[in-house]
Ligand binder design. Sequence first.
Ligand SMILES: [Zn+2]
Length: 427
Amino acid sequence: MTRSDKSQLLSLLSDYTSMIRETLDTIIENDIRSRKKAHELCYGSLRNKYPHLHNKFVQEAYKRALGMYRSYRKLLNKWKRLPEKKRKRISPPSPPKVDGNRIIELHIDTYKLERKHGFIALTISKGNGVYLKFFVMEYEYASRELKGTKLGNSKVLVDGDSIFLLLTIRRNVEVREHRNKLIVDINEDSIDCLLVNYEIGEATLFSIRHDIRKIRTNYRRIRKSIQVKVNNPRIRDKLLAKYGFRERRRVEDRLKKITTLLAEIAREYNADLVRESLKDLRLSGKKRSKQLNYRLSTFPYRKFITYIDYKFYERELNVVEADAKKTSITCPICGYVDRRNRVSKEMFKCRRCGFSFNVQYVACFNLFSRSNDGKITIRSGRIYLISRKTAQVVAVNVAPNEPSNQMRWLREKPVQLVTKIPLVSKI
Ligand SMILES: [Zn+2]
């Protein structure tokens, strides 16, 4: 720090202190308690009197004065409420004073920290194009904390010959560590879900049935008959466009309803989304399997995923992708993969370990273990999730027949909750 920088800093401190003193007088005189009022009464005159200072210093000055007055008022009221006897013995709180102030509030706009040649350089914009430069001696823990964080409003403390920077760092606290999970398996007739609630040690299976495939096949039939029956090409195109628009609107409506529903459930339970990764859908043209082509023609996967991701991010919930290859024919208990594990449209039965369960939820279990949260196990006929992260054992339940109050949106048709699911888990 150069001598001129230090004298600049000291003059800033003295100006800053006078600003606080002046606003404090105005605030006490007019009994101002809101920031808006303080701004109206103080900002303009201070700006005129101290045009050489960055306007954020003016703002911070009246904010500080207001804070001082407010806490003074609080103490005063407390004193006034004392019984008379006590009040005589205790003197009233003294009005706030700023003499001997050693602190300058640094608004985030008035300073900058940069690393130069291994040192941290602090630049303070005093206003009017004057910049003060300091090198900051950093404590080891401070440099550790500084990595990858955002800075907030900070302070400079002038203590005799020493100057300290009191830095405020804002850390990202949005993502909690043991957040619950909502595992979603997307199918053409239903969205099958596993909600893992680590907080209460319970997991619930439920399914949202929808009619998107029905809508699509319906309109496909309509399109075909238009093409056969209407000969006039102009009218035909018009009709096709009309019904195409209707189909898109109806499908879109369902997609929005389902994804909002899922996002609302997730928010209620503070759960991140686990869904199949898009990788499988990225294959294009001839490389796509017949099965995948069929899936894509009956259900708009890509759109669904775009919508659901958006709705989760909107609610500050994360989205985790898991590999979805062969999730419906893999045994979630022993990992055995075989097409014949799927004994019927409804039943899954592992040919190796004998685990049997309703087929629509097998994929959910597999997505859960592939998302790296933990694994699935069976103990005395019941299914449990063993969480790797929280070292917890979570019992799996099936949603009750009557949707709970929190799941009330599920009753709305045509997106409805399917509740009758047999829980079979014999070995
Ligand atoms: Zn098995």
